[in-house]
Ligand binder design. Structure first.
Ligand SMILES: Nc1ncnc2c1ncn2[C@@H]1O[C@H](COP(=O)(O)OP(=O)(O)OP(=O)(O)O)[C@@H](O)[C@H]1O
Ligand SMILES: [Mg+2]
Length: 356
């Protein structure tokens, strides 16, 4: 009987990155892809790394299993310095770190079973053990009945589940996911994210996941870092980063700034502007939803609700609302003071005449 559980008992994956820099040489020109990265990834958590295209996400995740060399700095995995590993050690390390990819990277000429068995065959594992581990991994991802199918006979979500099974056959301590759901429709995305969460909880695996989609972070990550231009610009527990995004890039990734207002917004009042447009962010524990009457009691003038949304993340309610407050000369500082106990932040977006 092969047990994932027994394997993780003594495994203490913990990734520590210090002063990490990565340069690529592109036709004699240096691209500084990762800049002074400092990162601690705790054991047993689902850790998200988010950033726009070209931010350096893949470069960062690929350094963790030595697929990408580093230019300076250090990476320790479970107290083991990657730079000090010889070739044999590196092979051993890669078995402790599974990886799944955006485009699954399955071999089309092999069956599901053959794809999952491949890493074990390459490692020279005995046939009996291969059978036990492949059957176990396929059962874990719910694909035992598809063992004899070929990848072309599977949906995208099923292919990724095969990718996950293949990544788990060496009983890794860490699972790296590079845009694992980016090629999937929303339903398959949910299934794959649910499976990753289940694996994390069942096996105690540390999962490092990179994505450009906040939705992915929201659904399963415990902690998140935002990477922009090769630098970490924001970090923290997911609910905190979502409720109080500090950087413009984070707000952009959260789509909070993508306002689709049916009227023009001005930075200073135009002659016919009638309202101040404000964004209020609020946060509360799930047991204690924000009291909107308290928020609106701060206003002595009419207020229109333009947009609003609320998220439930890690036991917190996180919301934002966009409002139009009548009058362009209201005392905004006084208003902010009155709102302060009830909202997390007040942002002034500008002036407008809301018309529909
Ligand atoms: N092998 C390479 N050779 C040269 N430059 C590279 C290489 N890989 C990445 N880069 C450059 O390094 C920077 C970071 O790229 P990286 O692939 O890590 O970004 P990313 O955040 O994963 O983007 P995406 O979301 O598009 O996958 C980019 O400027 C990219 O052009
Ligand atoms: Mg990438």
């Amino acid at each position: 009987m092969v047990s994932f559980g027994a394997q993780v008992e003594f495994a203490l994956p913990h990734i520590k990155i210090r002063d990490l820099n990565k340069y690529y040489d592109v036709q004699g020109r240096q691209v500084h892809a990762l800049k002074n990265i400092q990162l601690d990834i705790p054991k047993g958590k689902i850790f998200g790394i988010i950033g726009k295209s070209g931010a350096g996400k893949s470069s960062l995740i690929r350094t963790l299993n030595g697929l990408e060399s580093i230019s300076s700095g250090s990476i320790h995995i479970h107290e083991q310095n990657l730079a000090e590993l010889n070739h044999q050690d590196l092979i051993g390390l890669r078995q402790r770190i599974g990886m799944i990819f955006q485009h699954f990277n399955l071999m089309s000429a092999k069956t599901v079973w053959g794809n999952v068995a491949l890493p074990l065959k390459i490692a020279g594992v005995a046939h009996e053990q291969i059978k036990a581990r492949v059957d176990e991994a396929l059962s874990l991802v719910g694909l035992s009945d598809k063992a004899e199918h070929y990848p072309s006979q599977l949906s995208g979500g099923q292919k990724q589940r095969v990718g996950i099974a293949r990544a788990l056959v060496h009983h890794p301590e860490i699972l790296l996911c590079d845009e694992a759901t980016s090629a999937l429709d929303p339903e398959s995305t949910s299934v794959v994210l649910g499976l990753l969460k289940e694996i994390n909880q069942k096996l105690g695996l540390t999962i490092v996941l990179i994505t450009h989609e906040m939705q992915v972070i929201r659904e399963i990550c415990d902690e998140v870092v935002v990477i922009d231009g090769g630098e970490i610009v924001e970090a923290g527990q997911v609910w905190r980063v979502f409720s109080r995004p500090q950087q413009a890039i984070t707000q952009e990734l959260l789509s909070l700034e993508q306002l689709d207002l049916p009227f023009a917004l001005h930075s200073s009042p135009y002659q016919d502007d009638t309202h101040r447009i404000l964004k209020l962010r609020y946060e509360a524990s799930s047991q204690q939803a924000p009291d909107l009457t308290q928020i609106f009691a701060a206003f002595s003038q009419p207020v229109q609700l333009l947009q609003s949304h609320i998220d439930h993340i890690q036991g917190h309610l996180i919301g934002a609302m966009l409002i139009a407050v009548e009058g362009t000369h209201i005392n905004i500082n006084q208003l902010k003071q009155q709102l302060q106990p009830h909202v997390a932040a007040v942002e002034e977006l500008g002036y407008a005449r809301p018309t529909y």
